[in-house]
Design a protein around this ligand. Sequence first.
Ligand code: HEC
Length: 139
Amino acid sequence: MKMLQAMMLFVATLVMAQANAAETMTDAQTEKLRERIKPVAEVCVQGDDCGGPVVAASTGPRTGDAIYAASCAGCHSIGVAGAPKKGDTAAWDKRLAKGFDKTLANAISGLNAMPAKGLCMDCSDDELTSAIKFMAGRK
Ligand code: HEC
């Protein structure tokens, strides 16, 4: 409790010191400060001519390789809790015997210790498909 009070006092002192510093700035200093923060303060909205090409937010679907490395390898590389291992075609053959769609559906909704979407919540069905094909050795 003492520690918390001391910290709050410290923060309050900092804030007051900052406020004092701002008050004692000359007009020239204020102008300089405005100049310095300007690029950050300016917002470029899509459709505006902001002097450069608009960078697309999405770069298209990620590869199965990339999805596997980022989200699935944690369990599927060494077979955590019975997860079929990457490249273990025999294990994957058994999984896929029920049909690819059913296997994909299990990956999407989760199956026992397999979490829904392998915890890749922003993965599209296509990206999960690529990751499964990559792990199962079916490009
Ligand atoms: C937390 C560990 C874990 C992660 C992360 C994980 N999996 Fe799994 N996965 C498992 C386990 C365990 C099983 C076996 C489940 C069972 O049959 O009981 C499994 C099974 C599967 C199966 C077979 C489903 C079936 O119908 O037999 C697929 C497909 C699959 N995972 C895809 C993925 C994909 C794609 C990712 C990454 C996006 C992923 N997994 C990430 C643990 C994981």
